[in-house]
Design a protein around this ligand. Structure first.
Ligand code: ADP
Length: 230
């Protein structure tokens, strides 16, 4: 399944909108933050310093969200570093451990050859993998699933490439969903954005890699990512 230029245009457009909104919202946030700082001593005299602290913390949080959103939608040149594939996958697996326990599913990382390295922007690559594993967690988590949820992550060398696989025994996807899943804004979830896999696709392509999906309704899904070795 190839992503068309049209889909890339949509992501580029989203990046521009996000940048414009971020710019317009950051300015008022900065002045609100400044004025609260000025008011702080007065609020402290009234015994209300706690309120000022909350306002400042919340402004900082809003700024962080804008920054994160901007980062995820704006294409950026990868800042490549050599990383051991197993280490990257271990970190991603660890990040989902608590969520997996809460959902009553297993997330397993097969042993990976420690000599296998790829040259990638670690932050971007981590984000791409997080988006994929997050979807697997959503797919195995439904209350209608009788089988215990299982997500298996593995990596093997394939010629001059590293092949990373994320496999789940979740809901699976019909053909229509499979043909649309990398489209920006395509989602089948009540609260989905449809951005996860579009961003993932762009990151992987930017690194000279590839992403493929095998899926069967009721059986599960497997994403295969190939990345050039270092
Ligand atoms: P979102 O998660 O916000 O819906 P994504 O771009 O990450 O956006 O995913 C798009 C759609 O692809 C999802 O709504 C879902 O229908 C489908 N999908 C992705 N991964 C899986 C998976 N592992 N199992 C089943 N469906 C999936």
């Amino acid at each position: 399944i190839e992503q068309s230029a049209y889909q890339n245009d949509k992501l580029a457009m989203l990046g521009k909108i996000a940048a414009a909104i971020a710019h317009e919202i950051r300015n008022p946030l900065t002045s609100i933050r400044g004025f609260i700082q000025l008011l702080r001593p007065h609020l402290a005299q009234l015994g209300k310093d706690e309120y000022a602290r909350i306002v400042i913390d919340e402004i900082d949080r809003a700024n962080d969200i804008i920054y994160e959103f901007l980062n995820s939608s704006k294409p950026s040149t990868p800042n490549k570093k050599k990383i051991v594939v197993g280490d990257l996958l271990k970190e991603v697996t660890l990040l989902f451990e608590s969520e997996a326990i809460l959902k009553g599913c297993d997330i397993e990382l097969d042993p990976v050859d420690p000599a296998m390295t790829i040259c990638v922007d670690v932050k971007q690559m981590k984000q791409a993998l997080l988006n994929i594993v997050k979807n697997s967690l959503d797919a195995v988590g439904g209350s209608d699933r009788t089988e215990r949820g299982m997500i298996r992550i593995s990596a093997h060398q394939q010629g001059a490439k590293a092949m990373i696989s994320v496999q789940d025994n979740g809901t699976g996807m019909d053909f229509h969903t499979q043909s649309k899943l990398f489209d920006p804004f395509f989602t089948t979830k009540m609260e989905g954005t449809g951005l996860g896999l579009a961003v993932c696709y762009r990151i992987i392509k930017n690194h000279g890699g590839n992403i493929q999906v095998d899926s069967e309704v009721g059986d599960g899904t497997r994403f295969k990512i190939t990345m050039p070795l270092c």
